[in-house]
Design a protein around this ligand. Structure first.
Ligand code: NAD
Length: 360
């Protein structure tokens, strides 16, 4: 079988990583018919938009995509393409496994955690009101009237919507994932003691969903601040974690740190029948065009894609090859060497070559 897959090249180090991932995925022997498309700051110069229509159309048609990182310039009004793709296609789950690989320098060994982050709601919904604008002043007045609490007139406002429907489907995804992947426990994480009507609602709905899995998957709740400490002190106590958008984003990086950094942290954005696979890390613009950064995170996102396509054998083979190259520690990028200026570090494409060779 040949799979039609959209390959989004991204910007910054994106195109180099996309090419490495494409070659390695083909090295598994699985046949792909790639639709290679561009999104991000580079294509914006010619297309006038960072997210040309053909990108979403291609993902909608193929239903599966692998995406290299895309820059979101700060404070320019340029909307995040990453967030736009997730919202447009209703990719409500952000799935981010955090797993230790032998040979990766890290303070921790044997980390095996999975983050299930809600992707469409919360403070990420993009409902924001700029300080000083007439509509912001109007909103502040309205909130003061309804909520009977003062807000400083020179405030900016970001809205945090959390719905029953949005929570139900993400928590159900976490439990179904736990069942399918023979996991034992789901931990829901919020700050419900402070945000009773949003985070409190998340816990309330999660508890109801958990009842459907009683006797099969354990359920527990934690507060986000306490969870950060717990993960640093006793990560072995946790398994699958389900969180609203913002907390999920922050905890993903924390968990990437437990396993040895962003260079090896994969992810997926999954909706009802569409999935986009991408690394946790960003476009690292300072390394653009240098054939320098670690392709592992995007390649492991490719492993997740193969599992999603039920190509389990190919996924196992590729993951084993990545693990072998890392444990040998020779054909790895600078970030995986004992010292960052190690002259024996190889480039992005040479590490991909070594992974392809390890599959033969
Ligand atoms: P970043 O992840 O791009 O880079 C931070 C640092 O991490 C880099 O300077 C580098 O030292 C290291 N790093 C990242 N990826 C690496 C890799 N593959 N190999 C080795 N080292 C690696 O984070 P940033 O600098 O905060 O963000 C840059 C841009 O990327 C921003 O515009 C941000 O919005 C965007 N971003 C995009 C995505 C995405 O496309 N999904 C995710 C996060 C950030």
């Amino acid at each position: 079988m040949t799979y039609n897959v959209t390959l989004i090249r991204g910007d910054g180090v994106g195109p180099e990583l996309a090419e490495a991932a494409r070659r390695v995925l083909e090295g598994t022997g699985i046949k792909f018919n790639w639709d290679i498309v561009d999104a991000g700051v580079d294509i914006m110069e010619t297309a006038g938009t960072p997210l040309p229509d053909n990108v979403l159309a291609s993902i909608r048609k193929n239903k599966v995509a692998i995406k290299a990182p895309i820059t979101t310039p700060i404070g320019t009004g340029f909307r995040s393409v990453n967030v736009a793709i997730r919202k447009e296609l209703d990719l409500y789950t952000c799935l981010r496994p955090a797993k230790s690989y032998k040979g990766v320098r890290s303070k921790y060994q044997d980390i095996d955690l999975v983050i299930v982050r809600e992707n469409t709601e919360d403070l990420y919904a993009g409902i924001e009101f700029e300080e000083g604008r007439p509509e912001t002043k109007k909103l502040i007045k309205e909130i003061e009237t309804i909520g009977k609490k003062p807000i400083r007139p020179d405030s900016g406002i970001s809205i945090k919507p959390i719905s029953k429907q949005g929570t139900e489907r993400i928590v159900r995804f976490a439990f179904d994932y736990a069942v399918e992947n023979k996991r034992k426990k789901v931990t829901a994480i919020t700050k419900a003691n402070i945000m009773k009507y949003t985070d409190g609602l998340f816990f309330h709905v999660a508890r109801e969903v958990a009842k459907d899995y009683e006797g099969r998957i354990e359920y527990e709740e934690r507060l986000i601040d306490n969870m950060c400490m717990q993960l640093v002190q006793k990560p072995e106590l946790y398994d699958v974690m389900v969180l609203p958008n913002l907390y999920g984003d922050i905890l993903s990086d924390l968990c990437a740190g437990l396993t040895g950094g962003l260079g090896i942290a994969p992810g997926a954005n999954i909706g009802k029948d569409i999935a986009v696979f991408e690394a946790v890390h960003g476009s690292a613009p300072k390394y653009k065009g240098q054939n320098k950064v670690n392709p592992t995170a995007l390649i492991l996102s490719g492993v997740m894609m193969l599992r999603y396509l039920k190509e389990t054998k190919a996924a196992d083979k590729l993951e084993a090859a990545v693990a072998q190259v890392i444990v040998e520690g020779k054909a790895v990028t600078y970030d995986m060497k004992p010292h960052r200026d190690d002259p024996t570090a190889v480039g992005t494409s040479q590490m991909a070559d070594a992974i392809i060779a390890a599959m033969k």
